[in-house]
Design a protein around this ligand. Structure first.
Ligand code: THU
Length: 128
């Protein structure tokens, strides 16, 4: 059975706005309640304002009040499959380090926990 997150992330990848890098990324984030939120990268003529697919998906979910997540799946054309960038790791970490991060490329896939990808993370608890 195909993971529904793969299909959702592939669909999001098709909507990537990446005229500068030509590197299309799709992400699908699975909430604790099973809902799936997707995002793609959105580039900008002012390059530094680009938003990655993972953050687009996260902001979509949090914008409707969803804050608890199980997994995020990333689809790109990289081989080996790309891990999330540092900025996305930090933004995802806001909502928990147990998140399973799976990345699917054209031929292979890889999986981590966010804790593995961002050791010694700066988290909201540190502000308490
Ligand atoms: N990108 C993502 O969407 N996610 C990542 O984790 C890494 C990079 C995007 C940003 C930019 O539009 C393009 O990939 C090339 O860096």
């Amino acid at each position: 059975m195909v993971d529904p997150l793969v299909e959702a992330a592939r669909e999001a990848q098709r909507h990537a706005y990446a005229p500068y890098s030509k590197y299309a990324v799709g992400a699908a984030l699975e909430a604790d309640d099973g809902r799936i939120f997707t995002g793609s990268n959105v580039e900008n003529a002012s390059y530094g304002l680009t938003n990655c697919a993972e953050r687009t998906a996260l902001f979509t979910a949090t914008s409707v009040g969803v804050r608890r997540f199980r997994r995020v799946l990333i689809v790109s054309n990289s081989e080996p499959p790309a891990p999330p960038c540092g900025a996305c790791r930090q933004v995802l970490a806001e909502f928990g380090l147990d998140l399973v991060v799976r990345s699917v490329g054209p031929r292979t896939e890889r999986q981590w926990t966010l804790r593995e990808l961002l050791p010694d993370a700066f988290t909201p608890e540190l502000l308490a």
